[in-house]
Design a protein around this ligand. Structure first.
Ligand code: ZN
Length: 606
């Protein structure tokens, strides 16, 4: 019966199976919907419209197999056409399904008839948005569906001929989930024993589209938000008991003041407004620290932490492709951070933040093999275009794993808007905010405004260090025989067995460099592992409600002796650092001089 089947987890995850109902020809939107579900981790099976009735009648009466159906309005119209008489019952499969997601309504008479039948509203209409922008409101009444997007409002680009529903939503059986100033985009309806979700949009986002910039929900809300919300509710997409959050400030030294950032004052703001900051620390600065500021970091690890930001912070130093040069840079950075640790007793998270966001695939591999846990980046594609493998689908995962299966967590600027952070939360991604010292200018008003909004959303936000947010990030599935199945991303994971399971936990990590894996440890003890289907798999016994630290150890291969960099390179690195600090500490409040400094840097190609 199955025309196609992917994944194979649905029957074993305790979640319903997704049935994609189709006619004879497969439309591009149906193909895109299937690809989107795969990216979201939902197992699906295609069912022809001629098969669905027989398929649902086949199973034994007490069959416990759970399923949801996703279909276009034009496909389902063919099946309920006979039922449009008000006294007729719906097809049995619609009632047996836990829910049915119907998308792609048009102003054609058949489509409008279907809408009126499903909603019970005899005046319901489909019409098209006029203009290029829509103002969207997400309902507050369905927190389980809308997650962190509950109750938010934002403007989004409207595709050409975007359909919306003109409905009377005062009916008890009908609820609007996503509304706009032109009409409803996504509604929930109880119809004769069936639970239906109707999405007006005909378009489905194409997750295979290559991309070189961050995903912006304000550009794509109509064709992404309804299906991701439905996926969350029906199949547990993005399920996370809490979301790690962190403000990451690039470049500061550990001195009482860096530009507009005054650590003592910033700490007061963090306590008052509830957030935490990780400083992206440049290893070149390892010796240039102030004792009082270091003391502040030691006293308040709950609010202040460090990650590693490049090595010398020269232009594109991690866009380098040579493994030998990268290994050298990483060794120098690690050596400086060890010296820094000895001086200050402070530890940095094993997370790299690339200067200017510039990276190569070789850099991702070199960092992984040299013991780094992950990277966080505002850029989503490598500097060299010929290396770019990032697609829209990669940005819908918790992290990008395309580059040497080394996780790259995306971070966002404040200007991306709360709606983008909330959409990331809907997908289960950590809330990572990119900032600079000047975000603390003007009493940090904009920063605090965004943080207050983030803290008010419908999610359990846990402010912590960047390393902590990343090392606790995983996806948990309930496997067969109630075995939890944990997908990890970074080379270390702190995992808590909150399922209360007494059985072993199976872990899985995407890994393309398995021949470099030296050992896998759980709480410091080696465990057996195997490599299968591009993933490392291993098992560990973790008592209920206990945490365990899982680590994957790699061998880095030959490390070249740390040759001294050329005098020219060293001189440039020194000049760059001092010029940058001069800009941040003195010029940033004087726009004219600031532009001058930028021109000097440009001229010197720093
Ligand atoms: Zn920087």
């Amino acid at each position: 019966m199955a025309a196609h089947y992917l994944g194979g987890d649905a029957a074993t995850t305790g979640r319903p199976k997704a049935l994609l109902l189709r006619g004879d020809a497969v439309s591009p939107e149906e193909r895109k919907l299937a690809e989107l579900l795969t990216v979201l981790g939902v197992s699906w099976q295609v069912v022809h419209i001629g098969e669905i009735a027989g398929l649902c009648a086949e199973g034994p009466e007490d069959s416990t197999e759970r399923f949801c159906v996703l279909t276009s309005a034009s496909s389902v119209a063919l099946l309920v056409e006979g039922a449009l008489n008000p006294d007729d019952a719906l097809p049995e499969w619609m009632i047996k399904a836990e829910s049915v997601y119907v998308y792609g309504f048009t102003a054609e008479p058949a489509s409008q008839r279907l809408l009126r039948f499903f909603t019970g509203d005899p005046t319901a209409k489909v019409r098209y948005v006029r203009g290029k922008q829509v103002f969207l409101s997400v309902s507050r009444d369905f927190p389980a569906i809308c997650g962190p997007m509950s109750g938010i409002q934002f403007e989004s680009r409207s595709p050409e001929k975007q359909p919306v529903f003109d409905l009377n939503v005062r009916r008890e059986s009908l609820h609007s989930i996503l509304n706009s100033n032109h009409g409803h985009l996504f509604v929930s309806v109880k119809c004769r024993g069936a639970h239906l979700f109707l999405s007006s949009s005909a378009n489905v986002i194409d997750v295979a589209t290559p991309c070189s910039k961050y995903f912006d929900v304000r550009e794509n809300a109509c064709n992404t938000v309804p299906i991701v919300m439905y996926g969350r509710w029906a199949f547990g997409v993005g399920e996370a008991s809490e979301i790690g959050a962190c403000l990451i400030v690039d470049d500061p030294l550990l001195k009482p003041r860096y530009g507009f950032l005054r650590y003592q004052e910033a700490l007061r703001l963090m306590d008052e407004h509830n957030f935490a900051t990780t400083v992206a620390f440049i290893p070149w600065n390892w010796r240039r620290t102030d004792t009082r500021t270091v003391h502040l970091f030691r006293q308040r690890p709950d609010r202040l932490s460090l990650c590693i930001h490049g090595c010398d912070h020269t232009a594109k130093e991690f866009a380098e492709r040579s493994t030998e040069i990268l290994n050298k840079r990483i060794n120098v950075a690690a050596h400086r951070m060890r010296l820094f640790g000895t001086r200050t007793q402070l530890r940095s998270d094993g997370v790299m933040l690339f200067p200017q966001g510039a990276f190569s695939e070789s850099a991702a591999r070199a960092l992984k093999l040299n013991g780094f846990v992950a990277t966080a980046n505002t850029e989503v594609a490598p500097t060299h275009q010929d290396e770019n493998k990032t697609t829209v689908g990669d940005l819908f995962g918790r992290t990008i794993m395309k580059y040497a299966s080394f996780p790259m967590f995306t971070r966002r600027y404040l200007a991306h808007g709360v709606e983008n952070f909330a959409f990331d939360g809907l997908l289960g991604k950590p809330c990572l905010i990119a900032a600079h010292h000047d975000d603390f200018a003007g009493d940090a008003r904009i920063l605090l405004h965004v943080i207050a909004k983030l803290n008010s959303l419908n999610w359990k936000l846990r402010w912590c260090s960047l390393g902590d947010a990343i090392s606790r990030c995983c996806s948990i599935r309930n496997g067969s025989d109630s075995f939890p199945f944990v997908e990890m991303y970074g080379s270390s994971l702190v995992y808590k067995n909150s399922q209360g399971s007494l059985e072993g936990t199976i872990f899985k990590k995407e890994e393309e460099d398995w021949q470099h894996v030296q050992a896998v440890t759980v709480n410091g003890l080696s465990v057996d592992y195997l490599h299968h289907g591009g993933h490392l798999r291993f098992e560990a016994m973790i008592p209920p409600n206990q945490s365990a630290e899982v680590r994957i150890l790699y061998c880095a291969g030959p490390n070249l002796a740390s040759n001294e960099e050329s005098i020219n390179y060293r001189a440039k690195a020194v000049l760059r650092r001092y010029l940058s600090e001069f800009r941040d500490n003195y010029l940033s409040r004087h726009a004219y001089l600031h532009q001058g400094a930028l021109r000097i840097k440009e001229a010197l190609r720093l």
